[in-house]
Design a protein around this ligand. Structure first.
Ligand code: PLP
Length: 514
């Protein structure tokens, strides 16, 4: 059931039993005493919290001093009962818990959690499988393989891609670009994993000005270097293909090209198919890496699948499950075309972790990620996809698309507000444009509006700067958000605008009367 009409009441901390529990330590109680009471307490507290999400204030303004006062303390000398520890933490940390998994959180791109995904995550913790290799958990490894197969089917990616579940798109960038580095070094006549990069020619990277900071960070970590990146213009948010063609033409050897499938400010897409064509034509070879953190999910709906046309030709694709798939943090995935480059980048060898059976995929021998020991990430994703099925994912995506379109339409129709860019997917980037304000005052108005909206309690949005102008963003990727929540967002945006106008931030404005 994806719809949940929300009461149009004011939002207040709910009188939920458990959230306010401040269990005091019970000295002398055995800290190893029984899983039952601790798990039951955690279940009761979690259930109460989840039930409160539709009506609790969505933001928290706790100061560092307040949180330190609530939580900072020396290492306890003696222990407490497990259930008391769990309840005490929640009672003390509660002023700093942001309802970011609830239906009225529109800031940045933050996912909620589906019931199946959350239950799977709990079970994964309880089973505590070490997803390092076949020998330690055939269940975890096969689940991961199955899940990766499902993700390829869901997004129309070729079945021969290999990959891994990761902690998120940042780590997926690191993995995909490590494979790219390995491939490029082979083209340049060395082995990056074996030799390092010192003394070898730089590996050029091309992307638009809108490349996500996490991909740039991966280049820095990998030793490719931030300065190897050439940023190309993206006037409307999508990379200028002529500029990309010219930049590639100026490169003799191999290049890495990073494409955006869903740019974080506005949700804009690069033309991935055209980029794949340019990469294929580059004489020195070009590795196409796609950042599909949330935008890859466009492939799950016929309404938006055209936006990611060509992604099936990418050499590596990085994306998140903890955003639009609504799997609890942290959860991402990466899929790579060149299995050899991937494995060479992360290969490990040691007698104590020698594989049992060379016929099975075993990260002990054929590691796909920087880690050795890993959390059992496959289970929550398996449960999420099993419970939703392909049609459920499509419905989830389309529901969010509907919410985003409704909000974008409202912004366009509302005097004193304007879209700063088209909203092709699930991000609506807009600004207050009160009459009579110069550009600087308009920027100040928008900054103040974001602060006010984050403090408001009904909703959270986030701010950005788009093409030199301050703007507001609302992202729609939570399965639980319904039309009533969008209406609350609209009311909050209008109220804050009116309040700022009344406070003298703007003279006359369409925001003043409604
Ligand atoms: C387009 C894009 N790429 C990469 C990332 C980084 O993802 P993560 O925080 O999961 O590492 C984000 C996060 O918002 C994003 O929006």
């Amino acid at each position: 059931m994806l719809t949940a009409e929300l009461p149009q009441t004011r939002f207040a901390d709910p009188p939920v039993d458990g959230l306010r529990l401040l269990d005091r330590p019970r000295p002398g109680v055995d800290p190893f005493d029984g899983f039952g009471p601790a798990l039951q307490r955690a279940h009761a507290l979690a259930a109460a919290y989840i039930e409160s999400l539709p009506t609790r204030p969505v933001s928290r303004q706790a100061t560092p001093a307040a949180m330190a006062a609530a939580l900072a303390e020396p290492l306890p000398e003696s222990g407490v009962a497990p259930d008391a520890a769990v309840a005490e933490w929640l009672g003390r940390a509660e002023p700093g818990i942001v309802a970011s998994s609830g239906p009225r959180f529109f800031g940045w791109v933050i996912g909620g959690t589906t019931p199946a995904a959350l239950a799977g995550d709990w079970l994964a913790a309880a089973l505590n499988q070490c997803a390092a290799g076949w020998a330690v958990s055939p269940a975890a490894i096969q689940t991961e393989l199955t899940v990766l197969g499902w993700l390829k089917e869901l997004f129309g990616l070729p079945a021969d891609r290999v990959g891994a579940l990761t902690s998120g798109t940042s780590m997926s960038h690191l993995v995909g670009l490590a494979a790219a580095r390995q491939w490029a070094s082979g083209r340049l006549g060395f082995d990056a994993a074996r030799d390092g990069l010192a003394g070898h020619p730089p590996i050029p990277v091309l992307a638009s000005t809108e490349i996500h900071v996490s991909a740039v960070k991966a280049l820095a970590i990998l030793g490719i270097g931030r300065s190897s990146l050439q940023k190309l213009p993206a006037p409307g948010g999508s990379v200028d293909l002529d500029a990309l063609a010219a930049a590639l033409a100026a490169i003799d050897g191999p290049a890495i090209v990073v494409a955006n499938a869903g740019e974080v400010n506005t949700g804009a897409f690069d033309d991935i198919a055209a980029m794949a064509d340019l990469c294929a034509r580059h004489p020195g070879g070009a590795w196409l890496h796609v950042d599909g953190a949330f935008g890859l999910f466009a492939a799950a709906s016929p309404q938006t699948a055209r936006l990611v046309r060509g992604v099936e030709r990418a050499d590596s694709v990085a994306a998140d499950a903890h955003k639009w798939l609504n799997v609890p943090y942290d959860s991402g995935f990466v899929l790579v075309r060149d299995a050899e480059a991937l494995r060479a980048a992360f290969a490990v060898a040691a007698a104590y972790i020698a594989p049992q059976d060379g016929t099975v995929w075993d990260p002990f021998r054929q590691s796909h990620t920087p880690e050795l020991a890993r959390r059992f990430r496959g289970l929550p994703v398996w449960c999420a996809l099993k419970a939703l099925g392909r049609t459920g994912v499509q419905a989830l995506v389309e529901r969010c698309l509907g919410n985003a379109a409704a909000f974008a339409g409202w912004v366009e129709a509302e005097p004193g507000l304007e879209l700063v860019a088209p909203a092709p997917l699930n991000i609506v980037c807009f600004r207050y444009a009160p009459a009579g304000l110069d550009p600087e005052a308009t920027d100040a108005f928008n900054r103040a509006a974001v602060t006010a909206l984050q403090a408001d309690g009904r909703v959270v949005v986030s701010g950005t700067n788009w093409r030199g102008r301050e703007a507001v963003r609302a992202a729609f990727d939570n399965w639980a958000t319904g039309p009533a929540d969008v209406a609350i967002l609209e009311r909050a945006v209008a109220d804050v605008g009116r309040r700022l106008v009344a406070d003298g931030r703007a003279g006359g404005s369409g925001l003043a009367a409604r």
